[in-house]
Design a binder for this molecule. Structure first.
Ligand SMILES: [Mg+2]
Length: 275
């Protein structure tokens, strides 16, 4: 955050997974879930575990949540079907008390405390990262995103604010030739999006001139917590959402007419899809 300089009146924060990239399904089905089943020895319950993971991470209000919180939610559900997860309580304590939920923070905790669940969580997270790197050729950018970012970059300071890990983000934005449209990328190492946005606003933006674009309830929460606007990328209608942003919402945002009825309607539609 130290090297970030405000250069325009408007600030646009954009999430990455599920908003810019069509990666949610792919990452969860082929990276997070199988590595979870492998590291936590859930092969005997393969189908149930897979279902728990996908339902929680793709089709519930937990969509897009930090991976370590997602893991906690899924491990609790696994315990409910009768599988013991050793050390889960210690893991839950870490989630509750750590002010950063990242590989690095987890590694520091493991240096201090001996706990099987913490260790497995780290192995799982690192293996998932490695799996993403093998997926990269298949990372697909949603239609209309490039156009939207190119336009946004001309009128606003644009930053990526995500819960994903920074190396993966830099690689995906770089590989897809859109890194040039954002001033900075803030991933899980920068802290939770709520705090990242707060620090960005503190660079001198008027809250009425700041918007968050995202696909998950926690993106919406981060916007609400900071009193800024939110533009939803609707699951299953991502390209249409971006087109609506380009041709309608962005003008309203720039003219100060976004907040209120227009924004509330968009958020209603977004929330219905994730119910
Ligand atoms: Mg997302």
């Amino acid at each position: 955050m130290i090297d970030f300089e405000k250069s325009k009146d408007y600030l646009i924060c954009v999430d990455s997974d599920g908003s810019v990239f069509d990666t949610q399904e792919e990452k969860h089905r082929n990276c997070f879930a199988p590595r979870w089943i492998e590291v936590f020895d859930l092969n005997e319950h393969y189908q149930e575990a897979m279902m728990i993971w996908l339902k929680t991470n793709l089709y519930s209000k937990a969509r897009g949540i930090n991976r370590f919180i997602a893991l906690e939610k899924c491990l609790k559900q696994i315990e409910e079907i009768g599988v013991e997860v050793k050390g889960l309580m210690g893991y839950e304590n870490w989630i509750l008390l750590s002010n950063e939920l990242s590989d690095k923070a987890l590694m520091e905790q493991i240096r201090k405390v001996e706990n099987e669940c913490l260790e497995k969580a780290l192995i799982w997270s690192l293996r998932a990262n490695r799996s993403f790197n093998m997926l990269v050729d298949e990372v697909k950018i949603f239609d209309n995103v490039k156009k939207a970012l190119r336009f946004a970059d001309k009128i606003a300071d644009v930053v990526c604010v995500s819960e994903a890990n920074m190396d993966t983000l830099e690689k995906e934005w770089g590989d897809n030739d859109i890194r040039k449209y954002v001033k900075a990328i803030y991933g899980q190492e920068a802290g939770i999006p709520d705090n990242t946005i707060e620090k960005l606003i503190a660079k001198g933006y008027d809250k009425d001139k700041v918007i968050m674009i995202g696909d998950s309830p926690n993106d919406l929460e981060a916007a609400k917590a900071n009193g800024i606007s939110f533009f939803p990328i609707v699951v299953g209608q991502e390209a249409e959402s971006w087109a609506q942003y380009i041709y309608e919402a962005s003008t309203k945002f720039l003219e100060g007419e976004y907040k209120g009825e227009y924004e509330n309607n968009l958020i209603d539609i977004f929330e219905k899809v994730l119910e």
